[in-house]
Write a protein that binds this ligand. Sequence first.
Ligand code: F6P
Length: 342
Amino acid sequence: MRIGVLTGGGDCPGLNAVLRAVVRTAEKQYGSDVVGFRNGWRGLLDNDAMPLDRPMVHNLLTRGGTILGSARVAPQKLHDGLGRMREVLDAHGVDVLVPIGGEGTLTAAAWLSSEGVPVVGVPKTIDNDIDGTDLTFGFDTAVSIATEMIDRLHTTAESHQRVLLVEVMGRHAGWIALNSGMAAGAHLVITPEEPFDIEAVCEMVTARFERGHRHVIGVISEGATPKPGTMPLRDGGLDEFGHRRFTGVAQQLGEELERRTGKEVRTTVLGHVQRGGTPTSFDRVLATRFGLHATIAAHEGHTGQMVALQGTEIGLVPLADAVARLKTVPPSRLGETTAFTG
Ligand code: F6P
C-alpha cells in the first residue's frame, strides 16, 4: 500500500512526530511506503510531492513545525481542484490519504471522503477545538508555554502594582486561556465562549486592589469579544479564508480598563511563540499514537474516519461527525474558573 500525507492549516508542535510514526508503522508493520505532499492541499493541487522513508523522518520526534510545510487553501480552490487532486493521487499510486490538520483541513478531508477519496484524518491544533477527540496534540505544548510566560508576569506585576493582561491564541475556543490561566493562577480568564462585561472586569480589578492585593493577572483569548454595546472593539473584517481578522482585544480592553479604573495596565500578546519549538512529552506521545493508529486504520480499510483520543485509548470517529461542530469550552468548565478567581 502507499499512503499519502499532508499537513494543513497553522502548524503545531507534534506534526513531525505524526509523520515519523506514519512512516515507521507503514514500513515496519506493513512493508508499505509513504509519499508526502508539501504545503498542505497546495501540494496536491500543484503535484509537489516528496517520498518519505525512515531516514527522512530520523530525529523528527522532538522537532516542532512540519518538514512538509503547511498552508491554508481557500475551500473554493479545493472544490475546483477535485479532478486535479484525483489525478495527482493516482499518479503517485496513493491508496489512502492521511491529512493532518485542524478544522479547515479536516472539513476538506470529510468532503474529499464524501467524493469517494479514501481518507483517514488526524486532528491537530493548539486550540484544542476539534470535536470527537478529547484532546489534540499541540494543545499541551501551547498551554505549557503560556503558563511559563504567565508565571513570569506575576512578579513584575506585583512590583509595580499593575494589571497585566496576557492575550493567548484561541480563535473560537478558550481552552488555552482556561488551562494556562488556571495553571498560572490568573485572577481573570476571558474566553470567546462568553462575551465579557467591562463593568464587571473593572469592579473585580478595583475590589482586588481595595482588598490589599498588589497585582492582577488576566488571561484573554484572542477571539474574545465584549458584550454588545458595553465597549467598542475595532472590526478587522474577514481574511480570504473567511476568518475574522483580530484587532488586539487585550490591548483594547487594557486601555478601557486603565481609563475607567485609573490602574496601570500592561498587555502581553504571546502570539506564535505558543506554536513554536519542541512538543511536550505528552504531545509527542499523542502525536505518535495518532500516526500509528491512522496508519493501522488506513491498512484495515477504515477510511472516512478520524483518529481520536477517547479517554486513554485511540479510537476512530467519522470525519463528518468530527467536523459538524467545534468543541468549545462548556459552561461547567468556565464556571469552575469563576468559582475561585478574582
Ligand atoms: O488555529 C490555530 C491558530 O494558532 C489560532 O489560534 C490562531 O488564531 C491562528 O492559528 C493563527 O493563524 P496564522 O498563523 O495564520 O496567523
